[in-house]
Design a protein around this ligand. Structure first.
Ligand code: HEC
Length: 315
């Protein structure tokens, strides 16, 4: 399997069918000739030739080469064709746990799974620079939106699983992981070699043998999840909490503390673990989606929403 993928043969064979499809719908030559036509008529109102007519109506388009996204691309490694070999969830989880302390949450989960695939299968996984996924940290560049561990897990499944028989299983699996994240008492993963003490942590609850504080986020949002956990951790440790708008008590487990980092590192381990479990089930043809439900619906019009309406709304 490794040799096959190193040379990309297996992948190219698997995807040759898909490679031909874009060329059938519109060939590069045909596109260019249509593009030249519209460019030549720049400034005039051109009858729409699909989206291309727009080019002709933009002043100055005559000097702009027609290199828009409608040029048929060549996807060399379609998702779902990269190969997957059953992994040990505990090994990937431990790697992700330590990875958090290197490049934070999103990268940690991606590296825990895809990094392991790079080491075991090589190409095409080694074509990916995993640093491209560091941006997901702290709810995407610190914005507190989607938790980086959930984002990392979603990226992994969408690359590895892809679509099967026209059904987007990679996407379904990423939904499962978001729903699992929201519904589960986190963090669930206990590292075999915890870093907390070596990093200066002293709180008994966080040391080996202690009862590590957990919380259910009811949401995949970094901000919501982190703060619910911080309140739960303060309660568990007998520390004063701080109210919204108030001054953070220096003895509280605030964002940025050693305790909070240890929590997010274990969260990365938890999500890597569950991701690998689902991928292994998929590999064994025993995966079914929907175990934890799906997203909420914001209003009768169907705006996207999480289920925890009252976190943000008063009813
Ligand atoms: C992460 C926070 C958050 C969550 C969770 C959330 N909402 Fe909202 N929602 C908002 C914000 C912000 C707005 C913008 C209007 C506002 O400030 O109320 C909004 C607007 C709406 C509106 C339009 C309000 C209006 O006056 O027209 C509806 C309806 C709504 N949400 C329903 C829901 C439902 C139902 C859920 C749960 C399934 C939900 N929302 C979950 C933050 C949230």
């Amino acid at each position: 399997m490794k040799d096959e993928l190193d040379n990309c043969n297996g992948c190219m064979e698997a995807c040759s069918d898909q490679l031909e499809k874009p060329a059938k719908s519109i060939s590069r030559r045909k596109f260019l000739s249509v593009g030249a036509l519209t460019v030549g008529a720049a400034g005039a109102t051109v009858a729409a030739t699909g989206g291309l007519g727009l080019l002709g109506s933009i002043a100055g388009a005559a000097t702009t080469p027609p290199t828009c996204a409608t040029v048929p691309g060549t996807v060399k490694h379609p998702r779902g064709t990269w190969g997957y070999e059953t992994l040990d969830p505990a090994v990937c989880a431990e790697r992700a746990y330590h990875g958090f302390y290197v490049n934070f949450c999103c990268w940690a989960v991606v590296d825990g799974v895809l990094g392991t695939m790079q080491d075991t299968l090589g190409s095409p996984y080694t074509n990916l620079d995993l640093m491209a996924f560091k941006f997901g940290a702290a709810g995407v560049n610190g914005w507190g939106t989607l938790c980086g561990t959930a984002l990392g897990a979603a990226l992994v499944t969408n690359i590895i699983v892809g679509a099967v028989g026209g059904v987007d299983k990679g996407s379904a699996m990423s939904n499962d992981l978001l729903a699992y994240y929201a519904a589960t008492s986190m963090p669930a993963y206990v590292p075999t070699a915890p870093e907390y003490e070596a990093r200066g942590g002293t709180k008994p609850q966080f040391l080996p043998g202690g009862t590590f504080p957990t919380s259910v986020a009811d949401s995949p949002l970094c901000h919501v999840s982190t703060n619910k956990w911080m309140f739960a951790a303060n309660t568990a440790c007998g520390l004063p909490t701080f109210a919204y708008g108030g001054t953070a008590d220096p003895t509280s487990i605030v964002s940025g503390s050693i305790e909070r980092k240890e929590r997010c590192a274990r969260l990365a381990g938890t999500m890597a673990y569950k991701t690998v479990e689902l991928l292994n089930a998929f590999k064994a043809s025993s995966y079914t989606s929907g175990a934890w439900g799906g997203a909420g619906v914001g209003n009768p019009g169907g705006s996207p929403a999480q289920k925890d309406c009252v976190d943000c709304h008063t009813i």
